[in-house]
Design a protein around this ligand. Structure first.
Ligand code: GRF
Length: 203
């Protein structure tokens, strides 16, 4: 069984959606470890309720971000993860971590990259007045939301939308896109060619 490590910082709805996909047979893998950089995170409650191993690893307990990144990488290596998913993980990890797992780290972002990277992406898109937004699943590189794009799903911005209603629609799209991207990568159906991700076969 393929092993997934998930990094979170809060609510954990993407993590739980991914967990459901592993349980109902859409994704042939298991979430073997969840790491949170916050000790108070709803994601951790979900892990306890569902018997998923979880750890809190806080940046402030380490000398600097490189040392922190290595500590996280060591935890992930211990379980022999096939895939790492940043699902609402709000910290950028550095080179020692990225290089160790190159091509194995995914991030879910609530906008159609390269538009609106970074925090508050839904608000940024809403304020800009775009008619279409959505979500992106990318391979993580050293930048902030700059890695090669695996999958995107668009969401129409309706006249009646508020940033809250738009965020809800985007979140539904995120939950349906993340497991599909994980499946493609775990099944070896993606190839990174320069900036592009070649998809061998859509799920
Ligand atoms: C999601 O919108 C994700 O795309 C972004 O942060 C949010 C996390 O939500 N990076 P959750 O913790 O998965 O519910």
């Amino acid at each position: 069984m393929k092993k997934i490590a998930v990094l979170v910082s809060g609510r954990g709805s993407n993590m739980s959606a991914l967990h459901r996909a592993t349980k109902d047979g859409r994704l042939d893998a298991e979430i073997s470890l969840v790491i949170s950089n916050k000790s108070k995170a709803d994601a951790l409650d979900y892990c306890k309720e569902h018997g998923i191993e979880s750890k809190v690893v806080k940046l402030k307990d380490y000398e600097n971000r490189d040392v922190y990144s290595v500590a996280i990488a060591d935890e992930i290596e211990k379980i022999g993860a096939d895939l790492i998913v940043h699902a609402g993980f709000m910290l950028l990890l550095t080179k020692p971590y990225i290089e160790r797992f190159k091509g194995k780290i995914l991030n879910i972002h609530p906008a159609l990259l390269p538009s609106f990277p970074g925090v508050d992406a839904q608000q940024q898109a809403f304020d800009y007045g775009v008619k279409v937004s959505g979500c992106s699943v990318i391979f993580v590189d050293e930048g902030c939301d700059t890695g090669p794009i695996i999958l995107q799903k668009e969401v129409e911005v309706k006249e009646s939308d508020t940033v809250e209603s738009l965020s809800e629609c985007i979140l539904i799209a995120e939950h349906d896109t993340l497991w599909r991207a994980c499946k493609l990568v775990l099944e070896g159906k993606t190839e990174i060619v320069g900036r592009k991700v070649k998809i061998m076969e859509q799920t």
